[in-house]
Design a binder for this molecule. Sequence first.
Ligand code: NAD
Length: 440
Amino acid sequence: LLRSSMSSSSMQGKLVAPPMVYAKGEEMTRYVMSLILDKWIEPHLDTTSWQYFDLSCKARDDTDDEVLRECVRAGANVKSIFKEPTITPTEEQVKSLGLTKRLPSPNGAMRRGWNGITISRGTIHIPGVKLGYDKPVIFERHAVGGEYSAGYKTNVGRGTLRTVFYPEVHEPGNPSLPPYKVVYETPLTDGDNAVVTYHNPLDNVSDLAEIFFNRCLEAKVTPYVVTKKTVFKWQESFWQIHKRVFDAKYRGRFLAAGLLGPTNGELAHLISDAATMKIAQWKQGNFGMSAHNYDGDMLTDEISQVHRSPGFVSSELVGKSSRDGSLIKEFEASHGTVTDMDQLRLDGRRTSFNPLGLSEALFSAIIWADQLAGVQPLAEDADVDGPAAAADTPSLFAARAKSALRRVIARGQATSDLAGAGKGLSTEEFIDAVADELKC
Ligand code: NAD
């Protein structure tokens, strides 16, 4: 197995983890991660090079959000980030958490701050255990634009609505024409209207397409581009950019890999409403989808449900450094802070939280940080559990930990989302079972 001159051991015989940014969040997921750090990570890794940022609403409010800005700056430098789920407070939470104002989404600040291209998601599989999909399903969700960056006004009365574009650089032409273009104009005849303007930035869609096609090739799945372009005509460009990149650089590789059988040798487009049905129907897996931001949000939640639990889906934000164009990756779970279970925990009741999505993200962040530090990635078929594989790099430790988790689940020690309601291990029992497995 691969050894690296970069790997080193600390005085206590622990492996020295490579630099990473760790963003702390809230509620059940913060509690579970504190157990994971104590029981799975600290006994094996020296994490003194990690930079921690507290992104709880309270800490953000107390620092007037400076903690989030520092976290984004640190992430842009370090380029490997693990993030626990966070809360974007509602009006009610502003009151209940004693905040001075409504804080904006930290995820939005990160997507902007790291030039987010895509949120890459994928199903997690456990050998010998039947989940929703038999084979991989992967997903790219465009990380920017659309409804999330919309400007809007509600309670707008009768009148005329006009959307106007002012170019940064004026086109040479007739000087008598105004230096703007009316994009859209419509009469508002209802007495009450909600009006919205948003845009889809398209410059990084070719990067997104490259990431998508490479992931599909690696996972050996058939790619589909998902839009509602038949009705939402502005979505045509998203499809066209994917098609251009595919035809120029990827078609031959997909044909050679035999992955275009279901789509007659071409890149296929799926209308988003048809995609919702295919996601429920194609339980065999073996497909990938690339979609706009909002569609991606919805469709990946559906994938989580079909695949038994949001705990069985991985999620990473891929961005690009403004300085040198290198990739920045932020790893997270695909789910939120799991408020309902946290309430049970605070009431002293038994909970059964599946930590796979969270821990997979943490291990992937360690592996990526190791690569950034110059450690060669493990070969796909590396025997991480073999006797020769004493964990001599943090990546190898992370790969072994992923494997240990799967062994524990495969021998039936699972949480309720897999074992069935009222059955399975408690949150703490599952974490202890994996901690014991890691000692072996
Ligand atoms: P959620 O994903 O936290 O939970 C949805 C449902 O799935 C709940 O019933 C929960 O118990 C279950 N669930 C989720 N993950 C699970 C796991 N690993 N194991 C077992 N069951 C699991 O979504 P929500 O309840 O809509 O949101 C809760 C909070 O999380 C909100 O404040 C929201 O703003 C926040 N949130 C944060 C992020 C993020 O930071 N990336 C994403 C989504 C939601």
